[in-house]
Design a protein around this ligand. Structure first.
Ligand SMILES: [Zn+2]
Ligand SMILES: [Zn+2]
Length: 374
């Protein structure tokens, strides 16, 4: 997967191109760069890129993954199996185009296949995480075609068993001692031949649809959690199980609270007088009003813990704590009388600084010592 160029750009087509346009573009480009016809040194790598682009864009499922997630989506959905020799199926693909027939790009498809997984991101508020919520998410996903029931054959007709491979989708070739199994060139590994294609799904058996899925988000869920909702991905093919839906959950920042583990923290501003004399202030948790007792002589940045007023702990009845960080607010917009009173008050304190403002006193003493020793 060295090529990271845009597949649409490689084939010189529009992002909304119909399957027929993709096929024609590939035919044209493959003919131009096929190493048998083009002797320029980069023809081979170019052909490889074009082939890769076509393999993805001609497969509705892969194409959707690519549209949604780019190269990452396709690499994921292809798994490790496609990393081998990029020229596997090289001949057959080319021959199927230029020798008449047309088909997919190799690989046996006759076995039941699990549906693709879907990945979806969702943002929720802290309140929604607190109480749990139900969300309806919309995803573009392949669904079994309702008109043909997934067979790909026009309503009223049935796909015929391929007589070349007797329906197995593979043929055995004897080369000396070696018996090699290859996808049947007639049915392209499907085991069946559709004479009369279902017009709704163009014989694919699946169509892309906007799907709404209801999801229960449990209370207490943390940001950056990936939830797996089993069986809610794309349907399987030929009786295979459906894929899963992966939900990446992001919890939005809150104006008041921050989550730390299962605790909530918040800043609580209190007045200079309350900090000094003590008192009560009203605080909020995510579900109720609470009263926080401020003891006398409370300093800025001290913490008070309100037990079990934090976030619900996932899959339990317990809750974390609410931790209030006190911010002592310096009074502002004082009038001249208030300023005068404050000056008088400050003067009364400075007579015994060590007693009323021990931190200031210690700080000054330390500074003095440093300057005296120099
Ligand atoms: Zn159909
Ligand atoms: Zn066959």
């Amino acid at each position: 997967m060295a090529a990271e160029r845009d597949y649409y750009e490689l084939l010189g087509i529009d992002r909304n191109a119909e399957p027929k346009v993709i096929k024609n573009a590939y035919k044209k480009m493959a003919g131009k760069y096929h190493p048998d016809r083009n002797s320029s040194p980069d023809a081979e790598s170019k052909f490889k890129e074009i082939k890769e682009a076509y393999e993805v864009l001609s497969d509705p499922q892969k194409r959707q993954m690519y549209d949604q997630f780019g190269h990452a989506g396709v690499n994921q959905s292809m798994g490790g199996g496609q990393q081998g020799n990029p020229f596997d199926g090289f001949e057959s693909v080319f021959e199927s185009f230029f020798g008449g027939g047309f088909g997919g790009a190799g690989g046996s498809r006759s076995r039941a296949a699990r549906g693709a997984d879907l990945i979806h991101e969702i943002n929720i508020s802290l309140e929604e995480s607190f109480s749990g919520c139900e969300k309806t998410i919309k995803v573009m996903a392949m669904e079994t075609c309702g008109d043909c029931g997934g067979s790909g054959a026009r309503k009223g007709s049935t796909p015929m068993t391929c007589s070349h491979c007797n329906g197995s989708g593979t043929i055995r070739m004897q080369q000396g001692f070696l018996a090699i199994e290859q996808p049947c060139p007639v049915c392209h590994g499907e085991g069946k031949i559709i004479k009369d294609r279902c017009p709704t799904c163009r014989g694919q058996g699946q169509i892309q649809k906007n799907k709404s899925i209801n999801v229960q988000i449990p209370r207490g869920i943390e940001s950056a959690t990936r939830m797996r909702i089993s069986g809610k991905g794309e349907p399987g093919q030929r009786g295979g199980p459906p894929g899963d839906l992966y939900l990446d959950i992001h919890v939005d920042d809150h104006t008041i609270f921050e989550r730390e583990g299962n605790n909530l923290t918040c800043d609580v501003p209190i007045s200079f007088a309350t900090a000094s004399l003590g008192g009560e202030v009203e605080v909020l948790s995510l579900d109720k009003k609470l009263t926080l007792k401020i003891p006398p002589e409370t300093q800025s940045l001290s913490h008070f813990r309100l037990r079990k007023q934090g976030m619900p702990i996932l899959r339990s009845d317990n809750r974390g704590d609410l931790i209030c960080r006190i911010i002592v607010e310096t009074p502002v917009n004082l009038n001249s009388q208030q300023k005068e009173m404050l000056t008088t008050f400050a003067n009364s304190l400075s007579e015994d600084q060590a007693k009323h403002s021990p931190k200031c006193d210690t700080w000054m003493n330390r500074l003095r010592k440093i300057f005296q020793t120099r």
